[in-house]
Design a protein around this ligand. Structure first.
Ligand code: RFL
Ligand code: PHB
Length: 412
């Protein structure tokens, strides 16, 4: 039993009898998308059970996103999930871009859009979501193995899984596939249903988390040595990334080498302002864009990374997981509470409009800020002049600010 809730995990289930469970919405995946969807549904009177493949400790150990759009903060606040976020999150008016060690310029989202964004860790959001689930006694079944999604092309979907050595069947009205890019939900769709769009970038990000005071603002850097990013989690927790080749091995990057390389990609004053210290986490993430359409088939909905991933350059992945959860909760609640299918029928199209807006800005920023192996002299010049245009044009800055700060929800 997980602390405080009725969550089931290995060891609590009887090892003799198979179990049959029932709920309105079976949610696969206890990442930010799945757990938030469960909270939003609960607040609208709809019951759900969440199935998670890993242990809670594993889910909570992942270090990922850190930048929350205003709409994301508003959704979390509206669901009573922002107590700690409001105390510990760091609000920002905009972000800096610097290239080739020249003076940086500021994309002022607050001035252009009236919106601010907040740095607050996805890890902290996961903690806040598990705490909320515990408080209301939500069913979050961890270590659910061999998850199978069945019957979603008809009226009686179900999810089968093994937990604690016992076979379980979860009957439901709908299934929400929130199990990330490598999950089982998207893979359960019959061949030919999905149209897939993909772009793989020829580099990754090496990220370091350190208990050091961060720079005051988020700073993206494009340097001949490659991209770099300075970000934050809280006043004593900094997050940095550098662009690395895809075959990079973590063991080749001791902390000293990382700090030296990071500083080499920033102008002198910024490099001097970066406070170094031991890393408490270090990881490599490849960069890709991927979208699967549509995000619904029968009674199975896809949401979050299960349906789409973006390169982290635009800081959009977590925000899209939140907007999908928001749209899906609203649509399912309209179906259960008012008998209206209009919103579930429109879910995929509505969610995809926002997804493609974020895919576009993530691709734009990735292309603008990274050094591409094998880029021609023409490509390199075009990139530099794009940066120069962005630096000098308030119109270009306003357009980027609008996309970076995030669009409003439709139908609100
Ligand atoms: P998740 O977080 O991957 O959660 C999916 C959950 O499903 C579980 N699962 C299964 N459960 C049951 N049965 C199965 N068969 C299952 N298979 C998988 C998994 O264990 C997991 O618990 O997807 P979700 O909820 O859609 O959330 C998406 C976000 O995690 C992701 O988009 C962001 O982290 C992306 N991202 C960023 N997004 C932002 O909005 N702002 C950022 O600043 C930002 N920075 C980042 C990022 C992602 C990064 N990496 C590591 C890819 C920085 C990085 C480095
Ligand atoms: C982060 O703080 O982890 C972060 C910030 C901005 C990004 C991506 C990640 O674009």
């Amino acid at each position: 039993m997980s602390a405080g809730g009725v969550a089931i995990n290995a060891g609590t289930a009887s090892s003799t009898a198979a179990r049959r469970l029932r709920t309105q919405v079976a949610i696969v995946g206890a990442g930010p998308c799945g757990l938030l969807l469960a909270e939003l549904l609960h607040r609208r009177g709809v019951a759900s059970i969440v199935l998670e493949k890993h242990t809670r400790e594993h889910v909570l150990s992942r270090i990922r996103a850190g930048v929350l759009e205003q709409t994301t903060v508003d959704v979390l606040r509206g669901a009573g999930l922002a107590g700690r976020l409001d105390r510990e999150g760091l609000p920002h008016d905009g972000m800096h871009i610097v290239w080739a060690r020249r003076e940086s310029f500021f994309i002022d989202a607050a001035r252009h859009t009236g919106k601010r964004f907040t740095t607050y860790g996805q890890t902290q959001i996961q903690q806040d979501l598990f705490a909320a689930a515990d408080r209301r006694g939500a069913q979050v079944i961890t270590e659910a193995g061999e998850v199978k999604l069945l019957g979603f092309e008809g009226d009686r979907p179900r999810v089968e899984f093994i937990q604690g050595g016992v076979a379980h069947t979860l009957d439901c009205d709908f299934i929400a596939g929130c199990d990330g890019f490598h999950g089982v939900s998207r893979a359960s769709l019959p061949a030919g249903v999905l149209r897939e769009f993909e772009k793989i970038y020829p580099f990754g990000w090496l990220g370091v988390l350190s208990e050091t005071p961060p720079l005051a603002d988020i700073v993206y850097a494009n340097h001949p040595r490659g991209f770099a990013l300075a970000s934050a989690r809280n006043p004593m927790l900094a997050r940095y990334y550098i662009q690395v080749p895809l075959d990079t091995r973590l063991e080749d990057w001791p902390d000293d080498r990382f700090w030296q390389e990071l500083k080499a990609r920033y102008p002198r004053e910024m490099a001097d302002a970066i406070v170094t210290g031991p890393s408490i986490e270090k990881s490599i993430a490849p960069l890709r864009s991927y979208v699967a359409e549509p995000m619904r088939h029968g009674r199975l909905f896809l949401a979050g990374d299960a349906a789409h991933v973006v390169p982290p350059t635009g800081a959009k992945g977590l925000n899209l997981a939140v907007s999908d959860a928001f749209y899906l909760a609203r649509a399912l609640a309209a179906w259960f509470n008012d008998g209206s299918s209009a919103l579930i029928d429109g879910y995929s199209e509505t969610a995809l409009r926002r997804v493609w807006a974020s895919v576009r800005v993530s691709w734009y920023l990735t292309t603008l800020l990274h050094r591409f192996p094998g880029a021609s002299a023409f490509d390199q010049k075009a990139q530099e002049y794009e940066l120069e245009y962005l630096r000098s044009s308030p119109h270009a800055q306003a357009a980027l600010a609008e996309q970076y700060a995030g669009l409003d929800f439709e139908g609100e």
